[in-house]
Design a protein around this ligand. Structure first.
Ligand SMILES: [Zn+2]
Length: 213
């Protein structure tokens, strides 16, 4: 089984492969790129995921089109482990300082495309984020500015429509509150679809939470 962000990475790699097949003529160059792509893709699986690896192997053919790649990737999606959605009780506990927390129905989310769970509360202009950490969860929330601009999102590392996410965190020393602002993807669903490396998400959460405790 693979994680949603690993699936995104594979998809990105495969689409690059299609572009190589379509634009490169030199067989040596194609072979080199095929080798590098296969390395990255295969590394995402356990050796016992042999059925998934069969699907991968079928994609490494010169005639691969975007349409064919999409069909294979759709078969591969059955190997993606969905995000383990917390219960309402667990969610309330994660945001216990928030008054009148509105917990959405996580069944409405595509959890196979979710590396971190996020939703907006339009009324209070807030964004809530939940990620897995060790055997449990880690969560942050903050104010989301209505201003939208183009920028690189620190979570998915893609150029996106970003807005200022301002979390209120308590500084460790004197007990005063400091505001930490970061421009992140306004659309968290899109951010999740663009996320190919879990490390950036972990780094972002660490940064936001750094002074919280
Ligand atoms: Zn993003």
């Amino acid at each position: 089984m693979i994680q949603p962000y690993q699936f995104n990475l594979i998809e990105e790699q495969i689409f690059q492969l299609v572009r190589t097949y379509q634009s490169v003529n030199d067989p040596q160059t194609i072979q080199t790129i095929e080798g590098m792509t296969k390395d990255v893709v295969v590394r995402q699986f356990n050796p016992q995921d042999d059925q998934a690896l069969l699907i991968i192997n079928e994609m490494f053919q010169r005639g691969l089109s975007i349409k064919k790649a999409e069909a294979h990737l759709s078969d591969l999606k059955t190997y993606v482990e969905p995000f383990p959605a917390p219960t309402i009780k667990q969610t309330e506990k994660l945001f216990r300082k928030v008054k009148k927390l509105k917990v959405p129905d996580f069944d409405d989310f595509d959890l196979q495309e979710t590396t971190y769970l996020a939703w907006d509360d339009i009324g209070s202009q807030s964004k809530y984020l939940i990620a897995t950490e060790n055997e449990g969860y880690t969560a942050v929330h903050g104010h989301l500015s209505t201003e939208v601009k183009k920028g690189i999102c620190p979570i998915c590392q893609h150029e996106s429509n970003v807005s200022m996410f301002l979390s209120l965190t308590k500084s460790s020393g004197d007990g005063t509150y400091t505001k930490r602002g970061n421009y992140i993807c306004r659309d968290s669903q899109r951010c999740n679809q663009q996320l190919t490396d879990q490390a950036h998400l972990a780094e972002f959460l660490k940064l936001v939470k750094m002074k919280e405790n």
